[in-house]
Design a protein around this ligand. Sequence first.
Ligand code: ZN
Length: 86
Amino acid sequence: MEVTEVEFQCVRCGKTEPRLPAAPMPGPAGSEIAEKICAACWHEWTEAEVMVINELRLNFMEPKSLKVLEQQMREFLLLGGPAEAE
Ligand SMILES: [Zn+2]
């Protein structure tokens, strides 16, 4: 399906904002974010992410840490439960 509208209502901030130009990460979570989250909110998460990683001492050699980070991201972006791939 072709996406014609460039602007949409962001799930997180509720504003009508430009979309992200592309999915910010691979997989179903990436396309969900591209569909629901505006570029400004995504940018906020990329800054918060650094703090989350430091605070929780996440180590990306462990798959568990990726899960934890994804859950933190979903809460931050108000996306609800895990992506349907679970
Ligand atoms: Zn937003």
